[in-house]
Design a protein around this ligand. Structure first.
Ligand SMILES: Nc1ncnc2c1ncn2[C@@H]1O[C@H](COP(=O)(O)OP(=O)(O)OP(=O)(O)O)[C@@H](O)[C@H]1O
Ligand SMILES: [Mg+2]
Length: 539
C-alpha cells in the first residue's frame, strides 16, 4: 500500500496499522478454510463497511472459479461457478491483476469494453460487467483481487457494493492488502486440509489393515459343537447376515465375546471397512467420550486440533463397545441418541456428524439387574438388545473341552516347537471336573503353560495341577496353625486375578472387589506385569 501517495494523517495511519495487525493475527490463528474466509469477510465489513463479498477458489481443472464463501447476500451462492475470463472476477483471475470497476448499474453488456480496457491499461477503470451469480443484488461497484501465491492463482476475493457508484483507490489498496494475507492463509489451509485428508485416509487404511491382520476370523473359527454353542453360533450367523442391527454379546469372562464380535464383523458385508473396539472400563468418562465421539479444537485445554472419534473413523464398519456395563449414565445417554438418530456431536461441537455403522456391545455383567438398580438406562438396554447373543460358560459345555484342547494344543505345540501330541484320558477327566471360572481363556492359558513345561508327548493331570477341581471350596478362608505370610497370599490372589483376566487390571480389580489403583499398585509392587514374549501379543 503506498501510504505516502495517499497522504494519510497520523491518526489514519495508526488505524490502518491497527487494522493490519488485527487481521493478520486473526487470520494466522487458524488452518480452517471456512474460518479464514469468515475472518476476511467479517473484517472487511466491520472495518470498512464492505458488506458484500465473495471468495472463490480455482477449480482443480483450472478452467473456472467456484464460490466458497459469500457474505451479505440474501441467498448463499456457495458452489456457483465463474469461468476464467468471464466478467470482472473471471478477468481479474485471467489477468492476475486487481480490477476495480464502478457504475455497473448504469451500463449494460460491457464485457467487450472491460476486455479492451484491461488490454489497454491493465485496469478496467469504471467499466465492467459482473456475471450474474444467483442471489446477488445489482452490483454498482466492485473490486476483484486475484489471490496469488508466487504467481500461481489460488482464487479471487471480490468486494461488491450496491449503494456507491465506485470504490476509491484507497479501498482498492486495503482490499489488496487483505487479498495478499488471505491468499497465503487460504493456501496454507488448503495444504493443511489435503494433509489432514491424506492422514485420515492412512489412518483408515491402518485400522483396516490392523483389523485384517492377525487373520480374518469367521464364525467357523469359534470352536464348539455342544448344543449351547451350536445355538449361539447359529444366532451369530444370522446376526452377521443382518447388516446394521445392533448386537449385544453377553457371557462370563473369557467365553469368547471379543472373538464373536470380530467374527460377526469379518463375516458381514462390512468386512472390508474398519473394525474398531474400545473397552469402556479402560478410560475415565471424559476421555472415553472424546475417544468415541471425537472433539473440536479448543473443546478442552489439550484439544489443540480437531480429532475424529472412533465412530467417525469406523464409518461404514463396526464399532465394538466392550464392557458396556461400565459406561457412565451420561455417556449412555449420548450413545442412545447415536443409536436412535445415527448422529452425534463431537465434544465441544455444535454440528451433528452422521455415520453409518454397526454397534456391537458386550458385557459380562447382568445389565437387567443394573437397570433395576438404576445403574444402566432401561431404554438403552432395550435398544442394545435388538439381537442378543449369550455365550455359554465352559462348565455348561464340557463336551467342547476336547475340541478346544485340541485347538490350543496344536497352536502351542507349533509355537513352542514341542512334541506334545495329546492329553491323557485322566487329564481330560480332571479338566472336566474343574469349574473353569475363567472359561475358554483360562483353558487356553492352562494349555499354554502345560505345553511349555511338558516333558513328554502326552499331557497328564499333573501338567494341569495348578487347576484345583474343588475350585474355591466352601469359600471359608482358614488360617493354618503355623500362620501365613499375608503378603504372599495377597501376591498370589492378585496374580491369579490378573492371570484369569489376561492382565486387565480393571477386571482383576472387580474379581477381587477392590479398585483398579489397588491392583495397579500391587501388580507393580510384586512385579506382576503382563509377561511379554516377542512377536506375539498374549491373550
Ligand atoms: N469358542 C472358542 N473357540 C476358540 N477360541 C476361543 C473360543 N472362545 C474363546 N476363545 C479364545 O479364548 C480367549 C478369550 O476369549 P475372548 O477374549 O473373546 O473372551 P471375552 O468373552 O471377550 O472375555 P472377557 O469377558 O474377559 O473380555 C481368546 O484367545 C479367544 O480367541
Ligand atoms: Mg473381551
Amino acid at each position: 500500500m503506498d501510504y505516502a501517495a495517499q497522504k494519510l494523517t497520523r491518526e489514519e495511519l495508526e488505524r490502518e496499522v491497527a487494522f493490519l495487525h488485527t487481521i493478520s493475527t486473526e487470520i494466522n490463528s487458524t488452518f480452517d478454510l471456512d474460518e479464514i474466509c469468515a475472518i476476511v469477510q467479517r473484517t472487511m465489513a466491520d472495518l470498512f463497511g464492505f458488506r458484500h463479498s465473495l471468495i472463490l477458489l480455482l477449480d482443480e481443472d483450472g478452467k473456472a472459479l467456484s464460490v466458497v464463501a459469500s457474505r451479505g447476500y440474501k441467498e448463499a451462492c456457495g458452489g456457483a461457478k465463474v469461468p476464467i475470463g468471464a466478467g470482472v472476477i473471471g478477468l481479474a483471475a485471467q489477468k492476475r491483476r486487481i480490477l476495480r470497476v464502478g457504475n455497473l448499474g448504469r451500463r449494460r453488456a460491457y464485457a467487450a469494453a472491460i476486455r479492451s480496457e484491461v488490454e489497454r491499461s491493465g485496469r478496467a477503470g469504471e467499466l465492467g460487467e459482473a456475471p450474474r451469480l444467483p442471489g446477488l443484488p445489482d452490483v454498482e461497484a466492485q473490486i476483484a483481487i486475484p489471490l496469488l501465491i508466487r504467481d500461481a492463482l489460488v482464487g479471487v476475493f471480490s468486494v461488491e457494493c450496491a449503494d456507491i457508484p465506485v470504490f476509491s483507490e484507497r479501498d482498492e489498496s486495503r482490499a489488496g492488502v487483505v487479498g495478499n494475507l488471505a491468499a497465503s492463509a487460504i493456501h496454507n489451509a488448503l495444504l493443511y486440509r489435503r494433509l489432514a485428508r491424506a492422514n485420515e485416509g492412512l489412518q483408515k487404511e491402518l485400522t483396516a489393515a490392523r483389523a485384517g491382520s492377525g487373520r480374518r476370523v469367521t464364525i467357523d473359527d469359534i470352536v464348539g459343537e455342544s448344543k449351547a454353542m451350536k445355538q449361539a453360533k447359529g444366532l451369530l450367523r444370522k446376526v452377521a447376515a443382518s447388516p446394521s442391527s445392533t448386537v449385544l454379546l453377553t457371557g462370563e469372562n473369557g467365553t469368547g465375546k471379543d472373538l464373536a464380535a470380530k467374527a460377526i464383523h469379518c463375516q458381514s458385508d462390512r468386512a472390508d471397512a474398519p473394525f474398531m473396539n474400545i473397552t469402556c472400563s479402560a478410560l475415565p468418562e471424559a476421555l472415553l467420550e472424546s475417544e468415541l465421539f471425537g472433539h473440536e479444537k479448543g473443546a478442552f485445554t489439550d484439544a489443540r486440533a480437531q480429532k475424529k472419534g472412533l465412530l467417525e473413523l469406523a464409518d461404514g464398519g463396526t464399532v465394538f463397545l466392550d464392557e458396556i456395563g461400565e459406561m457412565s449414565l451420561v455417556l449412555q445417554a449420548k450413545l442412545l441418541r447415536f443409536l436412535e438418530e445415527k448422529a452425534f456431536r463431537r465434544v465441544g461441537g455444535t454440528k451433528d456428524v452422521r455415520v453409518e455403522l454397526r454397534i456391537i456391545a458386550a458385557t459380562n455383567r447382568d445389565l437387567k439387574a443394573m437397570v433395576k438398580e438404576g445403574a444402566f438406562r432401561e431404554d438403552l438396554y432395550y435398544r442394545l438388545r435388538v439381537l442378543p447373543v449369550e455365550l455359554p460358560p465352559l462348565r455348561q459345555r464340557t463336551g467342547d473341552l476336547a475340541l478346544l484342547l485340541r485347538l490350543f494344543l496344536d497352536q502351542y505345540r507349533a509355537e513352542f516347537r514341542k512334541n506334545v501330541a495329546s492329553v491323557s484320558p485322566e487329564a481330560l477327566a480332571h479338566l472336566g471336573r474343574y469349574p473353569w471360572p475363567g472359561n475358554v481363556r483360562e483353558l487356553k492359558n492352562a494349555v499354554e503353560r502345560a505345553v511349555l513345561l511338558a516333558e513328554g508327548p502326552v499331557l497328564g493331570p499333573e501338567d494341569f495341577s495348578a487347576l484345583s477341581p474343588s475350585g474355591d471350596g466352601d469359600g471359608a478362608v482358614r488360617l493354618p496353625a503355623e500362620g501365613l505370610s499375608f503378603e504372599k497370599v495377597e501376591r498370589e490372589l492378585v496374580a491369579a486375578a490378573l492371570e484369569r483376566t489376561s492382565f486387565n487390571k480393571s477386571r482383576a480389580a472387580r474379581l477381587l472387589g477392590m479398585d483398579r489403583d489397588w491392583v495397579r499398585y500391587r501388580a507393580s509392587k510384586y512385579g506382576l506385569d503382563r509377561p511379554s514374549r516377542p512377536g506375539r501379543p498374549r491373550e
